[in-house]
Design a protein around this ligand. Structure first.
Ligand code: GAP
Length: 502
């Protein structure tokens, strides 16, 4: 049923102009997508809302827009060149390549509690004869938590064969797997015409590092004082293999990241961490209108935690393919600034104006994927409704997207497309509303079809200009969710919608 919903949503996204497969007329390019006329509006609305909420509405956060191509030394210092890698495994039969952690976690999600218990208990029998004996506790914890992040390639390889996981592509049992190997996710770029390290850059693998490398510039060129945040919204690139859940995981995606810098001697990081959790919750439920029962927080286990992080938690959303990470929140200590200070030789400290003390700030980092927010919004909003008995209405599919992010707020129709007076008045209303809202105009097909279309792209209100409108200067406004209709004077229309959006 859940997968069915995902398939239907993906079909709707293509049919209605939200999301198209990338490079489609040339046969497609795996893990890339393009946004259509309706999708781009939704994407922009999410980004604007994020920026308004986390930058414009806060006195303590400023923004930057760093470059996408950046110096290879940034990514060496950050640890991405040596450590930013996925563990991959290939099926020897059909040559399909997978992320080993995804294969295993997918397998574990389908197991009952008693099966998991037996798997965790029995693992020690086979382990005794291998050099992974000392990994027993780690592997058992991974099985019990159904999370394998932090396991070494060898440990993942052991689990794949122990369970055993079969190749989802060719389904040959038992699958003969290659050993698990690490593949770096960064995209190198060759700059200029001379090959070699001097001309080497990388497409950024996250926006965060550009915040750290611009830290000195921001401190020197603005009036910020601790605690404060630097935010960035923009594209990141990772050479990942994905299991095809639309834009959930792609090789090119947009991130909204904040590094919130503070003096660990003055600010209690645990209090700050919990405050950020509340702020993120408020954004997702209050601003994006997501149902709170589909959200949960998951704390990283010790095995998953990066060595420099004291605490990391993921806000997870209940996607049709399981609870998955939506938004990460990490206390990264002073690790990143310290690494860049050491590698660049630049002083990345702040001098306390009162005491003269040199402070290397610590950070808390909320990091989210904007495309993942978009997918969540579509899934949460997707509703199929049967008509109420005797209403004479048809089944409908409706995206109950929060009006704040809906691609269009209002659609304006003339009742009949071949009546000049109706079309003229509808166009006038459209032009007037367009000055304050994002509005679409539609005079194709009959009213029923137009409602059907607008419901599927999530337009909260439809305005119909009918023959009475020419007499009383009022229109019919139909509400997307309740399907109730009411008459509103044209002169009051703009304020009517603005007050609903406020
Ligand atoms: N600076 C920390 C960082 O980048 P991350 O967990 O790798 O952390 C943060 O990424 C967020 O970016 C994730 O929670 C997710 O929403 C999004 N994200 C990561 N990889 C993605 C991908 N390949 N496609 C779409 N979104 C992605």
């Amino acid at each position: 049923m859940a997968e069915n919903k995902m398939e239907k949503l993906i079909a709707l996204c293509k049919r209605r102009g939200f999301i198209y497969p990338g490079s489609e007329i040339y046969g497609g390019l795996a893990n890339t997508y393009d946004y259509g006329p309706v999708g781009v509006e939704l994407l922009r609305n999410i980004k604007n809302l994020w920026w308004d909420y986390f930058v414009h509405a806060r006195p303590d956060i400023v923004g930057i827009d760093g470059s996408i191509i950046s110096h290879h030394k940034i990514w060496e210092a950050s640890g991405h060149v040596s450590g930013f890698a996925d563990a991959m495994v290939d099926c020897k039969h059909c040559k399909a390549r997978y992320r080993a952690d995804h294969l295993i976690e997918h397998y574990l999600e389908d197991q009952s509690e008693s099966q998991i218990k037996a798997l965790a208990e029995n693992i020690e029998i086979g382990l005794e004869t291998t050099d992974l004996r000392s990994s027993k506790r780690k592997l058992q914890n991974a099985l019990r938590n159904k999370k394998v992040e932090g396991l070494a390639p060898k440990e993942l390889g052991y689990l794949i064969n122990y369970l055993p996981v079969f190749c989802p592509e060719c389904k040959i049992e038992p699958t003969a797997w290659t050993s698990v190997r690490k593949f770096n996710l960064l995209f190198p770029v060759q700059l200029g015409i001379v090959e070699g390290e001097g001309g080497m850059g990388y497409l950024r693998g996250e926006t965060a590092q550009l915040i750290f490398t611009n830290f000195r510039n921001v401190v020197d060129s603005t009036r910020v004082k601790l605690p404060f945040g630097i935010a960035q919204l923009g594209k990141s690139f990772r050479n990942e293999i994905t299991p095809g859940n639309s834009v959930f995981r792609t090789i090119e995606f947009e991130q909204g990241e904040i590094e919130y810098f503070f003096n660990p001697r003055e600010t209690d990081w645990e209090y700050l961490f919990d405050e950020w959790k509340r702020t993120m919750d408020q954004f997702v439920t209050g601003k994006l209108g997501i149902k709170s029962e589909n959200l949960r927080w998951r704390r990283h286990t010790d095995a998953e935690l990066s060595f420099y992080s004291k605490r990391t938690e993921d806000m997870e959303y209940k996607f049709p393919f399981g609870f998955k990470e939506l938004w990460g929140l990490a206390y990264r200590t002073d690790y990143d600034l310290a690494r860049h200070m050491e590698a660049s030789g630049q002083e990345l400290v702040i001098t306390d104006p009162k005491s003269g003390e040199k402070i290397l700030p610590h950070v808390i980092e909320p990091a989210v994927g904007i495309n993942r927010l978009l997918l969540m919004i579509l899934i949460d909003a997707y509703t199929e409704e049967a008509p109420s008995a005797g209403s004479g209405q048809a089944n409908r599919t409706v995206l109950k997207i929060s009006p704040k992010v809906a691609p269009y707020k209002v659609a304006v129709f003339p009742l009949l497309a071949n009546k000049e007076a109706l079309v003229g008045k509808a166009r006038e209303i459209f032009s007037e509303l367009q000055k304050s809202l994002s509005v679409s105009f539609d005079d194709r097909g009959n009213i029923g079809k137009r409602y059907l279309y607008q419901d599927e792209i999530g337009t909260p209100w439809c305005v119909t200009v009918d023959f009475d409108s020419l007499e009383d200067d009022a229109v019919t406004v139909r509400d997307r969710d309740s399907m109730q209709q009411e008459r509103v004077p044209v002169t009051a229309l703009r304020d009517y919608f603005l007050s609903k959006l406020a």
